[in-house]
Design a binder for this molecule. Structure first.
Ligand SMILES: [Zn+2]
Length: 328
């Protein structure tokens, strides 16, 4: 890709009339996250809030706006989107709107002491060796310190509107992910990104086929047919339908690679993650790699291209042999 977005951190920048982009730093991954201010009659709607402990200078940011923030909308419960919600709500005095399913998962993951234990059990069940599982838990725990979500937000659902923006459900990157659509503009959260592709992982106590969900969400976005899509990371997508097709093709190819990693010999999601993403990942990336391998394995199971087995202790996958169970 020829150009990269230049990021001016913590300064709202107009991307088109009535839409400002606020870019906040992240310690890992794409190193930045975009929030948006959408103009409305009674003030701005802030979409997403960055992390909670980065000392976001909300007062200085708000002072640059020509009016109040009337409401805050959270696209999904990942740390870089929901983590700053409490601080943003305090600084603005505005109500927070979040999807019902998304908030339920948000509370379960970030509001519960027991979540790290639950996710540790789940990693072990998917073949992660105990010492590695320990590392994965610790690396995941780092994020918990950055999450200060807003308790008891106003819950919203697909089909409703927020200040004239229609809410659509786009499960996949997160089960309860919501996007906003008005006119020919989509505020996409992490549903549609460029140049990176959104991570699609399977997690415990979540919807069973997140990749299937996500491919449906791409179809929905392509059908909405926006002129432009503003996402949580990277560049605006200027050909959203085309980008949906590219990302779907990327997953089709990865599904093929996942299928070819299988045989009659049972393999775990952890093992398959090495085939797909190599052996040399640091723990934080291995965590995503295992979740991503599992989302592809489960899609193959649903599509009849793989079988899920296991001995009750560890979940394994085998290639689907024509007409019956794969021989061991
Ligand atoms: Zn994100």
């Amino acid at each position: 890709m020829a150009h990269l977005t230049e990021h001016t951190f913590a300064e709202p920048t107009e991307v088109e009339p009535g839409i400002l982009r606020l870019t906040l730093p992240l310690p890992t991954g794409p190193r930045h996250v975009h929030c948006y201010f959408l103009a409305g009659e009674d003030g701005w709607t802030l979409v997403d809030t960055g992390l909670g402990l980065m000392e976001t200078p909300w007062d200085a940011i708000l002072a640059r706006l020509d009016g109040p923030v009337a409401r805050i909308f959270v696209t999904h419960m990942h740390p870089d989107h929901v983590g700053g919600a409490e601080a943003a709500a305090e600084a603005t005095g505005a109500p927070v709107f979040q999807g019902g399913l998304d908030y339920e998962q948000c509370e379960r993951v970030w509001g519960s002491e027991r979540w790290p234990e639950r996710i540790a059990d789940w990693f072990l069940r998917n073949g992660v060796p105990a010492p590695v599982a320990e590392e994965l838990i610790q690396s995941g725990h780092v994020f918990a310190d950055f999450v200060r979500f807003a308790w008891n937000p106003s819950l919203v659902e697909a089909g409703e509107e927020v200040d004239g923006w229609r809410i659509h459900a786009t499960p996949g990157h997160a089960d309860g992910h919501l996007v906003l659509h008005r006119g020919d503009v989509l505020i996409a959260g992490d549903t549609l990104l460029t140049p990176i592709t959104p991570a699609i992982g399977l997690y415990p106590e979540s919807r069973p086929d997140p990749l299937g969900d996500y491919l449906d969400s791409l179809e929905l976005v392509a059908k909405l047919g926006p002129r432009i899509s503003y996402g949580g990371h990277g560049d605006p997508v200027t050909d959203p339908a085309g980008r949906c097709g590219e990302i779907a093709a990327h997953h089709a190819e990865r599904l093929d690679r996942t299928e070819s990693a299988l045989s009659g010999v049972p393999r775990t999601g952890y093992e398959v993650s090495h085939d797909l993403f190599g052996d040399a990942l640091p723990p934080i990336q291995r965590r995503f790699a295992v979740a991503e391998a599992l989302s592809h394995l489960e899609r193959l199971v649903v599509a009849g291209r793989a079988e899920r087995d296991g001995d009750g202790r560890v979940v394994t996958y085998t290639a689907r042999s024509p007409g019956g169970r794969a021989p061991l």
